[in-house]
Design a protein around this ligand. Sequence first.
Ligand code: NAP
Length: 491
Amino acid sequence: MNALTSTQAVAEAAAITIPQGAVFIGGQWVEVPGGGIDVHNPATGAVIGNVPDADAETCARAMVAAREALAEWSARPAAERADFLDRLADGFEAHGEQLARLASSEIGMPLPESRAVQASLPAKVLRSTADIARGFAFEARDASGSTIVREPVGVVLGITPWNFPVHQIVAKLAPALAAGCTIVLKPAELTPLNAVFVARLCEEVGIPDGVVNLVTGAGATTGEALVRGGGYDLVSFTGSLKIGRHIGAVAGESVVRATLELGGKSPAVVLDDADLETAVRTTVKNCFVNAGQKCNAPSRLLVPAQRREEAVAIAAEAARAYVLGDPLEDATTMGPLASEVQRDKVLGFLEAARAQGATVHGGELVAEDGLFVRPAIVSDVAEDSPVVRDEVFGPVLVVLGHDGEDDAIRLANDTDYGLSAEVWSGDEARAARVARRIKAGQVRVNGVRTPPLPVSPFGGYKASGLGREMGPFALEEFLEVKAILGDPDLT
Ligand code: NAP
């Protein structure tokens, strides 16, 4: 196949041509023999592209290219690296609509959500990271007079999932490049086309050869070859707890740093003085972004026990209002699940909950052979039930009753995860007090969303992972710290 043929999904607005059948190594599109992996639109089942299933030799080539580019890239002034990030942000802005449509076609995310999360947010992350890098103290004196130098950790292996694919790539790429690292990216098998698009943008804006490399393929083969093949100084992984544990263990064997952004089972704590209707409706909305396939979805709604029935009724009504359909249609508010595996997993959780006596509003499969599942509200369920404890990663919201503030905090923290949480109260000081008692990396008060400047740290306590993304904390993840004692030279 010609390495530069346009995909069906972007044909109508083809400002950027998406290479197919090739990976991006050392600034070149390198064709990889073999049939490759077909990429499907989950809304229609149509094949919208094909990418290589890269072998171990190709993976090793990518690592070598990133290593060869490291010295020159890391020696550039931080401000110069930041300028490249701004240029990449310009590229995202110029081609944002094309990228959003491609991402919607690949993931099934409704177009307005894609515009916000896959195009606009990455541009903001690139620009804010560039600004942070320009003002960052890469060298400073400590209290003893020693010079503390922050140096790039080296070559980064970035492995990302399919649910917010562009954002997750940029959340690694931006701080890694700002820090002076070079990177090899391995996107999810379900959503590689948007990653190819990002690599094309890197090429278009002139990021030097080898600084950004992209290898596509299946996790079990290409991902495993990359992780086991070594040659990187840090692996930055976003994905499931199971694979994160594995990657962390392999990296640990070589004493290589691993940052792990893993799953969640986030609570929305509604206190007795909150506006129940607003809290429940907003939680439903936040939980069902991208059909609930969102690591920080508030998927456990904890309401005062005496108002639980009322909360379930409000949630069920809000869930029924979703319009399922083609993510590119204006009327659509929920798209399909990303794959058959996802669909079967979600339906399995609901079936098991029903078998245990839970009440399930919604949750029907729309068409036997399709991937559309109506959003579900689950109640009358035991605290130790799998649907309460495990990450469903689909349009499923569980409603539990609490007996007051302390009990709500107990329930909120009664999870293996700790990625994020939401607190609702009519008294902001009380909400802030409760937020401090929740074991999670981010707590959102009274429905606040991601601010326009996306620099607040994101990452998990407990099994939700190790490390942080976004803002200065993200930059720190990609730096080594060196103390120079007796150095007279710092200006
Ligand atoms: P996943 O199955 O863990 O896959 C994540 C990535 O790892 C994919 O690129 C996958 O490739 C690759 N992979 C799989 N096996 C591998 C191996 N043995 N070696 C190296 N790489 C391997 O996760 P997912 O299903 O794509 O994503 C959903 C999960 O991500 C959820 O648990 C969600 O909570 C989590 N997530 C966390 C965050 C966060 O910031 N904390 C954000 C988003 C998602 P293939 O796609 O080819 O299998």
